[in-house]
Design a protein around this ligand. Structure first.
Ligand code: PY5
Length: 301
């Protein structure tokens, strides 16, 4: 896109470059978010989905990591709206806010080091195949909460996701599923996971070394509003194999069916009815078609 927002200013994307010694490049000292904005042709408007919740998590990630964000949640929401307006966005986009330790130093002590905040908008379609993906339970484990607080969305921690996804991809699968240190299902490389068994939805609890996903929360809310039961509990690998349906949730992944895990066909190998129903409500909600979920949306125009 033409403009990016950097430390309070809209500048051409080509000018938004960082020096080679930038701390975050070497040590992963950044916190970030992934937000989507959806174009609604019905209302001729662009809606940012759950902006306040994303920027609240952004601030919490920074607080946990000891990184200072120089902008309030309200300022960041306003900046995002300005960015989308400046780029005259009339399509679905992915928004990537990032705050990183911008000082040029090899010192690990980040106290008193400068940080920069940027917001970038990227045209975005599907992240994962909406017809369904084949996943592999990889041998790399999810970083455990005792090693790093996994509620924090911190740049450096994503090497765990990258190596897990690499394992799945080179083995011919579409996505990785990571177990936690205790051997229970944690999440995908960039998604939370749900299973459906006998009409009930199950998802790992937030203390099981997962990112507390905003789409996860959205899906729990939608499913309960649809009269479905959702239970947060530890999930075993065999429960994955024998589930009626499995799906991933995430800002990028939205609601993506998982139709095969480790070569085992899930259900009948097609996206399941509950997955499709939840996805359909999710897609309606993000496009501003469900009045009770309108408070999740920030209109840009
Ligand atoms: N778990 C992990 C490890 C994630 O990276 C993500 C989001 C989620 C769960 C889902 O969180 P949410 O529902 O709040 O998005 N992943 C990013 C995303 O924007 C980056 C993916 C490349 O979807």
């Amino acid at each position: 896109m033409k403009y990016v927002w950097v430390d309070g200013k809209l500048i051409p994307e080509k000018e938004a470059v960082i020096p080679i010694l930038t701390h975050a490049l070497h040590y992963g000292t950044s916190v970030f978010e992934g937000i989507r904005a959806y174009w609604s042709s019905d209302s001729n408007n662009l809606y940012i989905f759950r902006a306040r919740d994303h920027y609240t998590r952004f601030h919490n990630s920074a607080k946990i990591m000891g990184i200072k964000i120089n902008y309030s949640i309200d300022e960041l929401i306003k900046a995002t709206v300005e960015l989308l307006k400046a780029n005259e966005v009339h399509e679905n986009v992915y928004i990537r806010p990032i705050t990183f330790v911008s000082a040029s130093t090899v010192n690990l002590d980040i106290r008193n080091l400068d940080t920069s905040t940027a917001i970038i908008a990227i045209p975005f379609g599907h992240y994962l195949e909406p017809k369904g993906v084949r996943a592999k339970v990889v041998s790399w484990l999810r970083v455990h909460n005792s090693m790093f607080p996994m509620k924090a969305k911190v740049g450096g921690i994503y090497v765990n996701s990258v190596i897990a996804l690499l394992d799945a991809k080179v083995s011919g699968f579409d996505e990785a599923i990571l177990l936690n240190r205790d051997g229970y299902v944690a999440e995908g490389s960039g998604e939370n996971i749900f299973i459906v068994k006998d009409g009930v939805l199950y998802t790992p609890p937030t203390y099981d070394s997962i990112l507390e996903g905003i789409t996860r929360d959205t899906v729990i809310t939608i499913a309960r509003d649809l009269g479905l039961t959702v239970i947060e509990k530890r999930i075993t690998r065999e429960e994955l194999y024998t589930a009626d349906e499995v799906f991933f949730t995430g800002t990028a992944a939205e609601v993506t069916p998982v139709v095969n895990i480790d070569g085992r066909v899930i259900g009948n190998g097609e996206p399941g009815p509950i997955t499709l129903k939840v996805r359909s409500y999710y897609i309606d909600a993000v496009h501003g078609k469900v009045s009770k979920y309108m408070s999740w949306l920030t209109p840009v125009y």
